[in-house]
Design a protein around this ligand. Structure first.
Ligand SMILES: *Cc1c(COP(=O)(O)O)cnc(C)c1O
Length: 422
């Protein structure tokens, strides 16, 4: 064995910052599985709401790694907490626990205003949090007894996105994601989006769970109609089905509340989290509300190697602490309201949706993809979840002045995009 010092990378070819974006993309297409298509840019550095690509171009990040970089890039406090934790204790396996894991679970229960007996399971991503929720739902599928039917059905909504692993994919509505991988886990039905009557007709004692995003992010930032969550709560309570909220995208202050369902006043049976939770570090979580739901999964029935590891949970603690002490919920509400009002004044914008800093807006035609690339050319990162929709999910720390550079440039971006779209 050769001794290595901490300054000696032993020939490891760390990314040279002098290679061009085009060179990197050549290497990308030779080495990476082609599931994402060609990446738009090769990013090498970030600071706050700004990122730089391999060719030295600067961008205002209005997407935040899709609602992940809640505190922007290279946040000094999160960086130092992660580094300190890694230098202290990095990984322990789930035969053991660590103070950061326990403290984060307690913090999430406090922020979610969960009743006594509520619990947390940690995973590493959104889809894993949803898989845990799926298994929780299956555990609510009591077998048929004396005339009672088994709970074999799980209800989700048209337009839903819950992830790419098989259980989460069964809950995801989009046919192009699902079809290549059928058969998917059985029992999932999709109901018309936002239709309370369809929910009333579908929820009965054969339903194990209803799984809902408070705002559908991937469908173009579609909020549920007023009263829908309340109706879902009432129907599931009456029938004994679990109400599972997927807050992977909407949680952690994104919508100006800690969790998007909170303004409605309802208490779910379970909630999935990920994206913003670690401030850029991978972590997911399932929160189960109350004793009964929290006892559905017994010892040995679920697990993970990395989930809840000390570094990831330290990153999340630092993120939640920063959001709390700097009042980023209020900030997200303020800047978000201002941004939505500005967007609504732009001619080519036909509708603006969302809460806080999760914003979707429709264009007068299907030129959102061209708008994304023209925005990049002009130094702005946005995304198009649907052909006529643009989505913004910037770091919660974005200032009104930064957002204004985008709204000022947007009419020109949309004009060019429209002209270049056949
Ligand atoms: C992104 C997302 C997921 C999947 O999360 P991954 O970390 O990509 O696995 C699940 N549900 C919702 C609502 C999401 O937005």
């Amino acid at each position: 064995m050769t001794e290595l010092t901490h300054t000696d990378h032993a020939g490891l070819d760390l990314p040279q910052q002098d290679a061009s974006g085009a060179d990197w993309l050549d290497r990308y297409s030779s080495a990476l599985l082609g599931v994402f298509g060609t990446p738009q840019r090769v990013l090498v550095r970030g600071d706050g709401c700004t990122v730089w690509d391999a060719d030295g171009n600067e961008y205002l990040d209005l997407l935040g790694g899709i609602a992940v970089n809640a505190l922007g890039h290279a946040h000094p406090f999160v960086t130092s907490v992660i580094s300190r934790q890694l230098a202290t204790l990095g990984h322990v396996s789930n035969f053991f626990t660590s103070p950061t894991q326990i403290a984060l679970a307690e913090k999430l229960l406090q922020l979610s205003q969960a009743p006594d007996g509520s619990k947390v399971f940690f995973a590493n991503s959104g889809t894993e949090a949803v898989e845990a929720a799926f298994k929780l739902a299956r555990r609510n599928s009591a077998p048929a007894t004396d005339g009672k039917p088994a709970r074999t059905r799980i209800l989700a909504l048209d337009g839903a996105f819950h992830g790419r692993t098989m259980g989460a994919l069964a809950l995801t509505a989009k046919q192009v994601y699902r079809e290549p991988f059928e058969p998917l886990p059985a029992g999932v039905e999709h109901l018309p989006f936002g239709n309370i009557e369809a929910l009333v007709n579908a929820v009965d004692e054969t339903v194990a769970a209803v799984v809902i995003e408070p705002i559908q992010g991937e469908a173009g930032v579609r909020p549920l109609p007023v009263g829908y969550l309340e109706a879902a709560r009432e129907l599931t309570t009456r029938s004994g089905a679990l109400l599972i909220l997927d807050e992977v995208q909407t949680g952690i202050g994104r919508t100006g509340s800690w969790f998007a369902h909170q303004p409605s006043g309802i208490v779910p049976d379970a909630m999935t989290l990920a994206k913003g939770l670690g401030g850029g570090f991978p972590i997911g979580a399932l929160v189960t509300f109350g004793d009964t739901v929290s006892s559905l999964l017994a010892p040995g029935q679920h697990g993970t190697t990395f989930g809840g590891n000390p570094v990831a949970t330290a990153a999340a603690l630092a993120t939640l602490h920063t959001i709390e002490v700097t009042d980023l919920l209020g900030h997200a509400r303020d800047v978000g309201a201002w941004l939505r009002a500005e967007l609504a004044t732009i001619d080519q914008v036909t509708e603006v949706r969302g809460e806080g800093l999760l914003i979707g807006f429709d264009l007068a035609g299907d030129y959102a993809a061209a708008a994304v690339s023209e925005a990049l050319n002009q130094g702005f990162i946005v995304n198009s979840p649907t052909p006529n929709t643009l989505r913004l999910a910037p770091p919660l720390i974005i200032t009104r002045d930064q957002a204004a550079t985008f709204t000022n440039a947007l009419p020109g971006i949309l004009r060019t995009a429209k002209e270049t779209t056949p």
